[in-house]
Design a protein around this ligand. Structure first.
Ligand SMILES: [Zn+2]
Length: 292
C-alpha cells in the first residue's frame, strides 16, 4: 500500500480513538494507581509523581516522559503550534531485518499516533517566541531519519526568517539504521542548518534527556550554544557495554551520566526538569538582549 495513504488513514483513526478516550472516565480511573520508582524502589501514588512531572520526590530520579508532556512543561499554555506534522517517511531501501521497515513504521504509528520521532513547532516561553523541536523516544527509539532531519532544518529556517532561537530536546538512540546513508546524511544536514543560525547570531539551546546517543549526540545535540541535560540522563555515542568490550577496561562510576559529562566539561549545565522552563527563559532573555 502507498505509505502516504496508509499514514493518513491510520492517523485519523488514532486521533478519533484518542478523542473518544478523553471522554471516557474509565481511562482516567486507570491512572489512579501506585507506581514504583525505578531508581530508589519507593512506592508512590501515580498522581503525586505526575504532579511533579514524573520526578521522584524521594530521590529526584527523572523518569522518561513523552513529547506532548515535554511541550506542556516548556511552552506557555496553548502557545505551541505544530509544523510539518504531515511529513512521513519513505522506505527507499525496502529494508528488512527481523521485520520490514514499513511494518515497524506502521507499529510506531499505532503506538504514538505520529509519523516521525520528532514534534516540531513554534511556541512562546514566558512570552519569548522560539522554535521548539522535541524527540519522542517511543517512536522507533527516537531515531534520526530523513523526516526528522528535514523537520530540524525547517525549524532552523523558520527561526532565521523570524529572528528566533531554536531549542531541541533530544531523546534518541541515534541514526535510524533502516534508512542507512539517508539517515547518516541528516547529521551533516542538521549541522549545516545550525551553522546558518549561528552566522545569524541566533541562539540554539540543546537539551539532552535520557537517553541521547549515536548520530544525534554526534551531530546537532552537541552543537548547542548552551548544552544542558536532565539529572541522571545517559548520554554518549556508543553504549557503555560496547566501549568496555572494545577497550577491555572497567569504566568509571557514573560513566555517561549527565553529571559525569558536566564534571568533564562536555556539557554546560544539569538542570532539574521542574526548573527547565525558568532556566530556558533566563537564557533566552540573555541571548535576545543582543537580537532584539
Ligand atoms: Zn526514587
Amino acid at each position: 500500500m502507498d505509505l502516504r495513504h496508509f499514514f493518513n488513514k491510520i492517523k485519523s483513526e488514532i486521533l478519533q480513538k484518542q478523542e473518544e478516550q478523553k471522554k471516557d472516565p474509565k481511562i482516567l480511573e486507570t491512572k489512579s494507581h501506585w507506581i514504583k520508582c525505578p531508581s530508589c524502589d519507593s512506592m508512590m501514588f501515580f498522581k503525586e509523581v505526575e504532579n511533579l512531572n514524573h520526578v521522584c520526590p524521594k530521590c529526584n530520579f527523572h523518569m522518561r516522559i513523552g513529547a506532548n508532556r515535554r511541550i506542556e512543561l516548556i511552552a506557555d499554555a496553548g502557545s505551541f503550534v505544530e509544523f510539518d506534522g504531515d511529513l512521513h517517511p519513505t522506505d527507499p531501501l525496502e529494508f528488512v531485518d527481523k521485520k520490514s521497515y514499513q511494518k515497524r513504521l506502521e507499529e510506531a504509528l499505532h503506538k504514538t499516533g505520529r509519523t516521525s520521532s520528532i514534534v516540531s513547532g513554534e511556541c512562546t516561553i514566558d512570552n519569548i517566541a522560539v522554535q521548539l523541536v522535541v524527540f519522542d523516544f517511543a517512536f522507533l527509539g527516537g531515531s534520526l531519519g530523513s523526516v526528522e532531519g528535514e523537520k530540524i532544518v525547517r525549524a532552523c529556517n523558520r527561526a532565521l526568517e523570524k529572528n528566533q532561537g531554536v531549542i531541541i530536546v533530544s531523546a534518541s538512540g541515534g541514526a535510524r539504521m533502516q534508512e542507512s546513508t539517508f539517515s547518516l546524511m541528516q547529521m551533516a544536514k542538521t549541522s549545516a542548518a545550525l551553522r546558518k543560525l549561528d552566522n545569524a547570531g541566533l541562539p540554539f539551546i540543546s537539551i539532552l534527556t535520557d537517553p541521547t546517543f549515536g548520530g544525534v549526540s554526534a551531530s546537532f545535540a552537541f552543537l548547542g550554544d548552551i548544552i544542558m541535560a536532565e539529572p541522571g540522563a545517559l548520554i554518549g555515542f556508543a553504549g557503555a557495554r560496547v566501549i568496555k568490550q572494545t577497550i577491555g577496561k572497567d569504566l568509571p562510576d557514573g560513566f555517561q551520566k549527565a553529571e559525569f559529562l558536566l564534571e568533564h566539561g562536555s556539557i554546560d549545565m544539569v538542570t532539574d526538569r521542574n526548573e527547565m522552563k525558568k532556566t530556558l527563559h533566563d537564557l533566552l532573555k540573555m541571548f535576545y538582549r543582543d537580537v532584539a
